[in-house]
Design a protein around this ligand. Sequence first.
Ligand code: M6R
Length: 599
Amino acid sequence: MPTSTAVTMCGIIGYIGSMNASRIVLEGLKHLEYRGYDSVGFAGVLNGSLIVKKDVGKVDDVHAKLNFLEHNLNLAIGHTRWATHGRVTKTNAHPHIDCRKDIAIVHNGIIENYEELKNELVSKGHVFRSRTDSEVVAHLIEEEANNAASFEEACFKAFSRLEGAYAILAIDRKDYKIVAIKKGSPLVIGLADHGSFAASDIPAFINYTKKVVYLYDYDMVVLKPDPVFYNIENGNLVKVERPIQSVEWDAEKARKGEFEHFMLKEIMEQVDTVQRAADQDKKILEKIANEIKRARGIFLVGCGSSYHACLTASYVFSKVAREHVNVVLASEFPNYEHFLTSKTLIIAVSQSGETYDVLEAIRAGKKRGSKIISVVNVMGSSLARESDEFLLMHAGPEICVLSTKTYTSQIALLNLLAYTLAGRYEEGRRRLKYLWNVIYYLTSANTRNKIRKLAEKLADKKHIFCIGRGLQYPTAMEAALKIKEASYIHAEAFAGGELKHGTIALIEEGTPCIVFVSEENGKEILSNATEVKSRGGYIIGISPTNHEVFDFWIKVPECGTENPIVQIIPVQILAYQLAVLRGCDPDKPRNLAKSVTVK
Ligand code: M6R
C-alpha cells in the first residue's frame, strides 16, 4: 500500500433516530466546521427519495441559501469540506451520489486507488460528476449492490476494495440505515435513547449524548437506532463488541457561551486547564519516567504549536532532570529513522492525536520496535490508540483552529514529567498549582484592555519580530505562529543571540519587536532589545519588571520553568485582538484546519 497518503481534513456527521435528523446534522456541521469550511453539504431520505443539498461556503451561508431544515427527517448525513482533491466547487462538495440517485455518501480522507476504481466503473457505464476521489465510493457501492443481498453487504464489498484513509457514511434511499466505515480517519459513534450518531468528533453530537464508542480501523457500523458493529480487516464481515465509554466533559465546553469567539473562550479557560493538566496520576508519570531512564535515545516529536511545546520541554528536561532529549519536527522525523532501535523512546505530542506527520513518525518507530508514549487531548484518537502509553491533557475540546489552552497544557504536563523524572513530582505539581493566580491575573479584563491598546498600535504593521533566549526562545516561536495564524501579519521569531547574525538587518524605524524576558537571561536579552531599539525598533517587553528599553511593558510574574506557560498568554490575547481589529475570523483562519491529516 502506498505510504504517501494525503488525507482531506473534513468533518462528517450522520444521525438516525426519532428526533429531527435535519436539525441534528445542521448543528453537528456547525460544531465540525473547525475541521474544514470551504463547502458544505447534506443528504437525507424523504418518502423514499434522496434529498441532497450542497454548495460552496460556510455552514450558515449555505444553510441560509438552501435551507437544510426544509424537511423534518429521521435520517441524514452531512459534510463540511477542506479541499485537497478537486477544487472548491459545488459539484466537488459532498455528499456524492451514484448514477441512479439511490445512494449518497460523505467521506473524510482520500481514496488512493480511486483512479483505478474509477476507470473500471466508467468502463462499466458509470457517469461521474465531480473531480473528487470520494465520488468513486458511491458508484462502487452501486456496482456491488448488483451482487449483494443487502445495502450493508454492498457497502462491505465496496469498502473492502478501498485503499487509503477514510471515514465514510453511506445511505440508500430504500433503506432506513446509515453504514459507516473507519480506516485512518477519525470516526466516533454516539448512542442515545432516541437514536445513534456517527461523526468525526464528539462536539458534533455532545448536546445529545455523552455515551460514545471509539472505532478501530476497519470497523464498519450499521447504524440503525441500535447499531451493529463489524470489523472487515481480514476481508470478512466479522461481528465485534466495542465498549461504550462516557465523555468526561459536557456540551457547555463545546459552546462559545458569552464569548464572541472560541479563541478567547479557550484562552480564558487556561486558568483551569493548566490545573487539570497538573492532576496526573503520579504512578503513571513515574512509570513513564522509568521508561525514559531505561531508554537509549529519546525523541520528542510534534508539529506546529505542539512542536514548540516539545522544544520547550527539551530545555526543561535538561535543566530539571539532566536528561538529553532530541526534538524533531514530526514531518522531518523520517530522516532520523536510522537511529531508531527497540531501545528508543518516542514521545509524541499532539492535541488532536490525528496529525498525519505525527502518526507517520510513531509508525516509523514502531516498525523498529521503539516504544511510543504520547501526550494527547483527544481520548480515543489514533495516536492514543497506537501508543504504548498515553497521557491526557484533560483540556476539554479545543474548537478554535489555533492552539491556545492545549499548548499550555502540553507544557504543564511535560514539565511535570521532567520534575517526576528528577524525583521532584510534588514540587513540579506545586509549581503548576501556583500558576492559577498568575493566569487569572493575565486573563483579567485589566490585562486584556491593556493589550487591546497595544493591538491598536500594531494592527497596521506588516511585520512583528519576537525574540527570546533559553526557555523564552520556543515561546517566541509560538508567539510568532499565533500572530501569523490569527491576524495574517508576518511575524518571525529569533533566538536573541542570532539577531546580530543577520536578522537585525530587517529592523527599521517602528518595527515592533516582542521581547520575552526572564530572570535567568534578562541581562542578555535586554541587551539584544537595546540593539534593536537603537535601530529604531519598537520594543514590547514581556517581563516581570519594567525596563527603560521597553516602549510597551506587559507585566508577567517570574515563574522559572513555568515561564513558557504564562508568558505566551499575553501574546495569545494580542493575536486574538489583532485578528478582531483586522476583521479576521480567529476561530477559522484562512487555509487552515484544526487537524492536519495531510502529508
Ligand atoms: O493536533 P496537533 O497538536 O498535532 O496539531 C499540530 C499543529 O497542526 C497545530 O499545533 C497547529 O500548528 C495550530 N494551528 C497552532 O495554532
